[in-house]
Design a binder for this molecule. Structure first.
Ligand code: LMR
Length: 315
């Protein structure tokens, strides 16, 4: 009897598409996931990471995941409203999270789990939350007070809450894909935008924005999501290994978020094209007040119980 040589099965391919630079919390965590997954599955899984919208832009990547053209994404929570999942926009409510601890309590607890479970009907599984801290406002005219953005055109992510937030300032919101933001700022299509410092800096927005106010008014985080059919088709042992890799990549993301956002602000200041204003306590209170109507307006869109349970966690 002749023995046939064993033929190694080809590796399972996971395409992980995202829209930000590699040198961001999400960019580095995606690479960490790749490294861990390939190492711990001993090559049974291969991960291809596509940063900078090199494969798909924001809206397209969600469609591609649902169709199975990519297997893994980490879109910002603001972008799930496009799937008809309005509750995710609760994360966009200005000043709803007083600090990262409250945010973590929400995402790691029952509220976070319930929100991720809403993705299942869309053929998606939500496996983790990745943090990217709080947003600053930027513009080409000085910003200290909420009224400084009156009449300005501001790029936003496609979220009704963010629309209402800019309208509360008397600004005109313009939803644009992340990959189009730099050009929109450079050409003057918009006057300003909002993003965590790590996104601002890694996309060179400071080259085309003269003023930044550290308002920390809104949260930006991600859900790590996979195509449900693909994930459930994986052998159970591989799935478990990959889920552990995601836990470790999450830690990497959250550590980098703290570090890179602080560092990005320092770098923006050093570049000397942009004046960075830190709010006084009185100014901060004025921003909070300016955004109060947004909460009331959005209570009819996002479940009121959800808003209240987050407020309770924050109290
Ligand atoms: C944006 O579109 O401003 C951000 O969501 C991009 C990202 O993924 O951080």
């Amino acid at each position: 009897m002749t023995l046939q040589p064993a033929i190694a099965a080809p590796p399972i391919l996971i395409k992980f598409s995202h829209v930000v630079d590699e040198n961001t919390p999400k960019g580095l965590a995606a690479l960490e996931f790749k490294r861990l997954a390939e190492e711990r599955t001993r090559g049974r899984v291969k991960v291809q990471v596509y940063p900078n919208s090199s494969l798909y832009k924001d809206r397209e990547e969600l469609e591609a995941l649902q169709l199975g053209a990519v297997q893994m994404l980490a879109p910002s929570l603001a972008k799930f409203g496009q799937l008809g999942l309005r509750d995710f926009e609760v994360f966009d409510l200005p000043y709803i999270f007083p600090n990262r601890q409250v945010l973590k309590t929400v995402t790691q607890g029952a509220i976070g789990r319930e929100l991720l479970s809403q993705l299942e009907d869309r053929g998606i599984l939500g496996l983790a939350y990745w943090d990217n801290g709080f947003k600053v406002m930027s513009s080409n005219s000085p910003i200290r007070l909420p009224e400084d953005l009156k009449g300005k055109r501001m790029r936003i992510q496609p979220s009704r809450v963010l629309e209402a937030q800019m309208e509360a300032l008397g600004a005109t919101p313009l939803p644009l894909a992340f990959s189009d933001v730099y050009t929109a700022l450079e050409t003057g299509l918009v006057d300003g935008t909002e993003n965590p410092p790590s996104n601002l800096y890694s996309k060179n927005m400071h080259e085309v924005q003269k003023y930044v106010a550290v308002t920390n008014h809104g949260y930006l985080g991600y859900a790590v999501i996979v195509n449900r059919k693909f994930w459930n088709s994986l052998p159970a042992d591989l799935r478990l290994t990959l889920e552990r890799c995601i836990v470790d990549a999450t830690r990497k993301n959250d550590d980098e978020a703290e570090k890179l956002n602080a560092m990005a602000l320092v770098k923006v200041k050093q570049f000397k094209n942009t004046q960075v204003h830190t709010l006084s306590a009185v100014e901060l209170e004025l921003w909070r007040k300016a955004f109060e109507p947004v909460h009331r307006r959005m209570e009819s869109r996002i479940s009121k119980d959800l808003i209240n349970s987050i407020r309770k966690a924050a109290a």
